[in-house]
Design a protein around this ligand. Structure first.
Ligand SMILES: *[C@@H]1O[C@H](CO)[C@@H](O)[C@H](O)[C@H]1NC(C)=O
Ligand SMILES: *[C@@H]1O[C@H](CO)[C@@H](O)[C@H](O)[C@H]1NC(C)=O
Ligand SMILES: *[C@@H]1O[C@H](CO)[C@@H](O)[C@H](O)[C@H]1NC(C)=O
Ligand SMILES: *[C@@H]1O[C@H](CO)[C@@H](O)[C@H](O)[C@H]1NC(C)=O
Ligand SMILES: *[C@@H]1O[C@H](CO)[C@@H](O)[C@H](O)[C@H]1NC(C)=O
Ligand SMILES: *[C@@H]1O[C@H](CO)[C@@H](O)[C@H](O)[C@H]1NC(C)=O
Ligand SMILES: *[C@@H]1O[C@H](CO)[C@@H](O)[C@H](O)[C@H]1NC(C)=O
Ligand SMILES: *[C@@H]1O[C@H](CO)[C@@H](O)[C@H](O)[C@H]1NC(C)=O
Ligand SMILES: *[C@@H]1O[C@H](CO)[C@@H](O)[C@H](O)[C@H]1NC(C)=O
Ligand SMILES: *[C@@H]1O[C@H](CO)[C@@H](O)[C@H](O)[C@H]1NC(C)=O
Ligand SMILES: *[C@@H]1O[C@H](CO)[C@@H](O)[C@H](O)[C@H]1NC(C)=O
Ligand SMILES: *[C@@H]1O[C@H](CO)[C@@H](O)[C@H](O)[C@H]1NC(C)=O
Length: 559
């Protein structure tokens, strides 16, 4: 991995000073994990107000394991009381920010998909109720981060899209979740005037907002057949009993739906008629289970390998109950010929503990797997043999991410790069960043004078080094009033111009002849990752050298 190689050569060269201007990543830092840096350590920049969570590699990757790590970027959405700015974030694999989407607010489902042939982002927006469900809108963003669809649940007496899932089908329809409070006879629980929080799975066409399929849990599952009793809930419309708790929907080639119920500890395979074809897990399983397959309070249930395997995040606990010593990622083999299932493999966390909520399992094409640990602020990538490739901690206190993903994502935003000019005595430094851009290789710095503010006079070229790049202005050119950067891609083509910006913050638009062809800069079919060729900015921690050179790995793979 490039940054680590750079870091190793940096150690060898003994170059002990560098500008710690860009993001900060930690390696096995006890200051980080012990809370000395705060409960939600975050990075800051000069050219951007973004404050993404800083990472601590509790298991770092090295030159040998990095070759097994797929190219691509990490999608997480930190939330919780110790998160400075909750919301969607894309990072490169070194922990450098790529895109800050926190202007959309706190989110839960935040993932990549293919919509009408193009790579897109799916992002839930809205408000989260104390009961652990959401009400809002699902967005589709293109690779310029423009909103190309904004849709929600329909025909549910005003209930809007919940945050638990958005899954795009091959027919360009979206599978979404919704919750609906309704009156229900709960006299069996000694509750008069009872209220149920029903779960709904809906298939919606984002292009026109219409519903193609609507499945309501209480029509098919007896509320008293699950694991969460009403307790103190069920008494009013504001305090309804969430008996089912839908949290994922998948659809297969046969047109049937795979619906996860956390509170029933069950996965329902549902026909387009709404009828349940089979039930996996819970009190009413209709399949034959092998040992070790029991799951509880699970999330993120997905088909794999032509519907012969199912992955899920087995929480093994909830706020009021622990069923095991740890959560796990779980891959089940499903045998349709005799309606049985068995364990293929499981992924055990580095921090062997129960994540009481959230979590996901992302099996990559190579066989590597990225597991997001939900309520506890970790994600880990495993090789195909179940060995850790790396483990990242992204917070210490109440820092959570509903899911974590590893994707190839390329984007060229429909905005201008940001520039901040800092003058310190006789020195001038130009800081630049471009939120969400993945195709920048080099920043070309130009200057101009107050007489001709839009006349760009080239100064220097600097390799992009993470989210923010700092460029020192040499003595002979610091008599410029304004500075501008042009973003060059790896083909040395200019894909964006910034404003001309002065040290007092005043700005001038790019010149009229500084135009770029946005269609060719979008990189829609390039494979990719952030094309950073710069070095990772690190804070030296006394344990970091150990982190890099000592073999640190834990075999946590159990068949
Ligand atoms: C999505 O649509 C809803 C309803 O029109 C609107 O309130 C909301 O602001 C939209 N979201 C965004 C990010 O534009
Ligand atoms: C309902 O109340 C009756 C009488 O107090 C009691 O015997 C019964 O156990 C209660 N049932 C439940 C489900 O709490
Ligand atoms: C589960 O089984 C119980 C007992 O057999 C039954 O009362 C209940 O209705 C069943 N629930 C479902 C969802 O089939
Ligand atoms: C796509 O639409 C076709 C035709 O309506 C249907 O047969 C198929 O099941 C659908 N597939 C999915 C994944 O929705
Ligand atoms: C493991 O996670 C729990 C819950 O977040 C936390 O309290 C504990 O400190 C973590 N342990 C380590 C070694 O990080
Ligand atoms: C990204 O694309 C490369 C090249 O096609 C591929 O090897 C890699 O597996 C992909 N990464 C992910 C996370 O899908
Ligand atoms: C560029 O300048 C325009 C005003 O001309 C301003 O609206 C815009 O926000 C500036 N863009 C950036 C990225 O600073
Ligand atoms: C200007 O930069 C030089 C070289 O990096 C440094 O030695 C000097 O201290 C800086 N001056 C100020 C005023 O920061
Ligand atoms: C800036 O100063 C240098 C050295 O004095 C001079 O050669 C150069 O022409 C000046 N540039 C501008 C744009 O005035
Ligand atoms: C824009 O016009 C100026 C003045 O004629 C010229 O110096 C500059 O090279 C032009 N820039 C581009 C990108 O064509
Ligand atoms: C897509 O890839 C093809 C083949 O590599 C290339 O010819 C074409 O220019 C690419 N298109 C874009 C928009 O990058
Ligand atoms: C790299 O990390 C792996 C797994 O953590 C370990 O097995 C291996 O020994 C390490 N290699 C080096 C050169 O440190």
């Amino acid at each position: 991995m490039q940054p680590l190689r750079n870091f190793l050569s940096f150690l060898c060269l003994g170059a002990l000073s560098w500008r710690a201007v860009a993001g900060t990543t930690y390696f096995q830092s006890s200051d980080y994990s012990g809370g000395a840096l705060g409960l939600g350590p975050y990075q800051t920049y000069k050219s951007s107000s973004s404050t993404p969570s800083a990472w601590n590699f509790v298991v770092p990757y090295n030159d040998s394991t990095s070759d097994q790590i797929e190219s691509g970027l990490i999608f997480v959405a930190p939330r919780g009381t110790n998160v400075n700015s909750p919301g969607a974030l894309i990072y490169d694999k070194t922990g450098e920010l790529v895109w800050d989407g926190t202007h959309f607010g706190q989110t839960l489902t935040f993932k990549m998909a293919t919509y009408k042939g193009d790579p897109v982002i799916l992002l839930w927006t809205g408000s989260v109720a104390g009961s652990g469900v959401g009400s809002g809108y699902d967005l589709i963003l293109n690779n310029k981060y423009e909103i190309i669809a904004n849709f929600t649940a329909v025909n549910l007496n005003g209930s809007l899209a919940d945050f638990h899932d958005i899954e795009m089908t091959s027919n360009n329809t979206a599978l979404i979740t919704a919750y609906q409070a309704k009156t229900w006879d709960l006299s069996a629980f000694n509750i008069t005037d009872g209220w149920l929080l029903d779960s709904v799975a809906q298939e919606v066409d984002p292009s026109n907002g219409s519903a193609i399929f609507t499945w309501t849990a209480s029509d098919h599952v007896d509320p008293s057949s699950c694991f969460a009793s009403p307790g103190t809930t069920g008494t009013s419309a504001d305090n309804p009993w969430d008996f089912f708790h839908i949290n994922s929907i998948d659809k297969d080639s046969a047109g049937n739906y795979l619906i996860s119920s956390r509170h029933c500890h069950a996965v329902y395979y549902v026909a387009s008629s709404g009828d349940i074809i089979w039930t996996m897990g819970g009190h009413n399983s209709t399949l034959t289970a092998s040992d070790g397959t029991t799951f509880a309070w699970q999330h993120d249930v997905r088909w794999h390998n032509d519907e012969t395997q199912i992955s899920l995040f087995d929480n093994e606990g909830t706020a009021w109950e622990l069923d095991s010593s740890n959560s796990r990622g779980l891959l089940l083999d499903f045998n349709a010929s005799n309606n049985s299932f068995s364990t293929n493999k499981q992924w055990i966390p580095y921090n062997v503990t129960v994540s009481e909520s959230q979590g996901n399992v992302g099996i990559l094409d190579s066989g590597n797997t990225l597991v997001g640990w939900g309520q506890i602020p970790y994600f880990s990538e495993y090789d195909a043999n179940g060995q850790f490739l790396y483990v990242v901690q992204f917070g210490v206190g109440d820092v959570q991410s509903y899911r974590a993903y590893h994707y190839n994502w390329t984007a060229t935003p429909d905005t201008r790069p940001s520039v901040f000019v800092e003058t310190d005595g006789s020195n001038t430094t130009v800081y630049t960043s471009w939120n969400g851009a993945t195709e920048v290789d080099t920043w070309q710095l130009s200057g101009s004078t107050a007489d001709s503010p839009q006349l760009a006079i080239p100064i220097s070229n600097t390799s992009r080094s993470g989210f923010e790049t700092a460029v020192s202005v040499t003595d002979s050119t610091k008599n410029f009033t304004y500075f501008q950067v042009a973003a060059l891609n790896s083909d040395r083509k200019i894909i964006a111009y910034s404003n001309f910006t002065a040290s007092d913050g005043s700005q001038q638009d790019p010149a009229a002849n500084q135009t770029v062809d946005s269609s060719s800069s979008s990189g829609s079919n390039s494979t990719g990752s952030s094309s950073s060729s710069g070095s990772i900015q690190v804070v030296v921690d006394s344990r970091m050298i150990t982190a890099v050179f000592v073999a640190v790995w834990t075999l946590a793979f159990v068949v």
